[in-house]
Design a protein around this ligand. Structure first.
Ligand SMILES: Cc1cc2nc3c(=O)[nH]c(=O)nc-3n(C[C@H](O)[C@H](O)[C@H](O)COP(=O)(O)OP(=O)(O)OC[C@H]3O[C@@H](n4cnc5c(N)ncnc54)[C@H](O)[C@@H]3O)c2cc1C
Length: 388
């Protein structure tokens, strides 16, 4: 494991830190929840924020310069995430585009697709969503039932997707569907780009327990998708989906820094409770501090592999499993430490309800990007070599 960052990467860190100090809106730096009148207003704010970052080439720092990136390596991308979280900067909202669609199109897309779509992902001119999961096809995605039937120079796509994050704001989606009706499992699946404004696309938001509606059901009723929107070869979409899914895990510097900040919150709350003679949280705080340190070392080991140009492999499952479950343990400890006021929301609540909302949101961490059970299966079979 290499424990040092290159000089170039550290220079970029200093430049970015100073940019963020000048540009992150003050309301975000207090540690309290920032309230928006509606999800529409929040999304619009985040879209403008990403455009501002992109103007100074801070989105996709690891992307080629031709598409608006800085041509920097994995290290730079790691540092970008670290600094954004450290500054408590608002998130890059088009992250499905930046983290999943971009790398997938760079590897498998045609020249025309790259020219048409890539640069506009970074600037947030086009927002993207991921149309993979279906009712009945989540962990076992190959059970999908959405079909794409070739009809001249279009595919006619019919089916239903679910849990599609940000679909209500998306301009395009990456979709997997069965193009060969006689096929089963991973064969006969194709990967296409869908215009979310096309006739036949209907998006219905789903309300979550946080009160927000970030994800949606998407119904596709005979949607015409030009054959030019096929990514890779017809019937070979599963391989491309694997590229997309591999980029969904990988290292998690943002999560790492978020949890370091959560640890700070925990220490502060635990001190207040102890001073009031209300609670002894010393062991839980120590356990949380050790877990955050372990997560950091795991991230660094994986980052070292990426910087050396080695493939990620199944160890990304370990990182995903570790941070998601660590997160839930830490949030539970924070809520215990906050005591009876923990579940409050609004202006009288601790952190104006930020921690309560975060606690609710992170219940999803052991589900999205592959559930904990699925990560354990991967580790058992591909890392430990246990029988199926
Ligand atoms: C916040 C959030 C955002 C999401 N955003 C998107 C998105 O933008 N686009 C998208 O396509 N999807 C998205 N998803 C969907 C996500 O990928 C799926 O929820 C996930 O893959 C699990 O699928 P499922 O919900 O159908 O559960 P299922 O696959 O039905 O699993 C149900 C339970 O069975 C367990 N299980 C399943 N198979 C096995 C097995 N082989 N061995 C042991 N246990 C097993 C699971 O671990 C789970 O506990 C999102 C999910 C969340 C929570």
């Amino acid at each position: 494991m290499d424990l040092t960052f290159s000089t170039a990467a550290e220079e970029m860190r200093a430049e970015l830190r100073s940019w963020l100090a000048d540009n992150v809106p003050a309301a975000f730096t207090t540690g309290d929840a920032v309230e928006f009148a509606s999800l529409d207003e929040e999304f619009s704010f985040l879209r403008d924020w990403q455009a501002k970052l992109a103007r100074d080439r801070w989105v996709g720092v690891h992307w080629p310069e031709a598409y608006g990136g800085r041509g920097a390596g994995a290290e730079a991308s790691y540092i970008f995430q670290e600094e954004m979280a450290r500054a408590r900067a608002p998130e890059v909202i088009n992250r499905i585009g930046v983290n999943l669609v971009g790398p997938s199109l760079m590897k498998h897309g045609t020249g025309a697709q790259k020219d048409r779509y890539l640069a506009r992902i970074l600037t947030c001119e086009d927002v993207w969503c991921q149309l993979f999961s279906e009712p009945g096809a989540g962990s076992d995605l190959t059970a999908l039932r959405t079909v794409a039937v070739r009809d001249g120079d279009v595919y006619r796509v019919t089916g239903q997707k679910v849990w599609t994050s940000w679909a209500q704001y998306a301009d395009f989606g990456i979709l997997i569907a069965r193009t060969d009706p006689g096929s089963a499992k991973a064969r006969g699946i194709s990967y296409v780009i869908v215009d979310m404004h096309a006739p036949g696309v209907e998006v219905r938001p789903l309300r979550q327990m946080t009160g927000s509606s970030e994800f949606n059901e998407v119904f596709l009723d005979d949607v015409r998708v030009p054959v030019a929107n096929l990514v890779g070869e017809e019937g070979r979409g599963w391989e491309i989906a694997q590229t997309t899914l591999a980029h969904e895990r990988g290292t998690s510097p943002r999560q790492l820094v978020i949890h370091r900040m959560l640890l700070e919150d925990l220490v502060r709350v635990a001190r207040e409770r102890e001073r009031a003679g209300e609670s002894d949280l010393r062991q839980s705080v120590a356990a949380a501090a050790i877990e955050v340190e372990i997560a950091k070392l795991n991230n660094w080991r994986t980052l070292t592999r990426l910087v050396r140009g080695e493939p990620l492999g199944p160890e990304s499952s370990f990182i995903k499993l570790y941070w998601s479950e660590m997160s839930q343990r830490m949030h539970d400890t924070v809520m215990r430490a906050l005591g009876p006021r923990a579940a409050l929301r609004g202006s009288d609540a601790p952190t104006r309800g930020r921690l309560a909302e975060s606690w609710l949101y992170y219940r999803a961490a052991s589900i999205f990007a592959g559930t904990s059970e699925v990560q354990r299966n991967i580790i058992a079979q591909r890392v430990l070599g246990l029988p199926r």
